[in-house]
Ligand binder design. Structure first.
Ligand SMILES: [Fe+2]
Ligand SMILES: [Fe+2]
Length: 163
């Protein structure tokens, strides 16, 4: 296990059980986003829209990075890493991306991606609020979530700009 050292653990003064639940749920969200955005990239490629395809692909890779970063912190804090597609679906706050029925509706796909980023923004904003009043009680998690939140805000903007 990657568990932190003594002092690293000592300085974490938050309700660990609640924090770990929030981080595990966010981890599930990131994997669902990764899959959904890769799907969007494939479809956009098929529709000869390389710009949308590239953005969806790049964003998917950043979501996967978020999953890695969350995993590292969950393990450091002594939590379990959720495993299994059903488990991830069960845990996720943002369980699906609401793509249009018509796969050739690129605008509808982009709108769904904007909405998905909005859901992610809410997830991290809520974690910031959970840590917020006492952010110095787990400074490392606070900065990680702040960093991810900033990227989700950029993602939303990038998809919105393609509309
Ligand atoms: Fe993300
Ligand atoms: Fe995102």
């Amino acid at each position: 296990m990657v568990n932190m050292g003594k002092k690293g653990r000592e300085i974490v003064e938050v309700d660990l059980k609640s924090l770990l639940e929030l981080l595990q749920k966010a981890y599930a969200d990131e994997w669902i986003a990764y899959y959904a955005y890769k799907w969007a990239a494939d479809v956009a490629n098929g529709l000869n829209s390389p710009l949308v395809a590239q953005l969806a692909d790049k964003t998917a890779d950043e979501e996967e990075e978020h999953a890695d970063e969350l995993a590292e912190r969950i393990l450091e804090l002594g939590g379990d890493l959720p495993y299994g597609i059903e488990k991830l679906y069960d845990l996720a706050n943002c369980k699906t991306v609401n793509y249009p029925k018509d796969m050739s509706d690129l605008k509808g796909i982009l709108e769904a991606l904007v909405e998905a980023e909005g859901c992610a923004i809410d997830v991290y904003n809520n974690i910031v609020k959970f840590l917020g009043p006492c952010y110095n009680k787990d400074i490392k998690t606070f900065h990680l979530i702040e960093h991810i939140l900033a990227e989700e805000v950029k993602h939303e903007e990038a998809f919105e700009n393609l509309l």
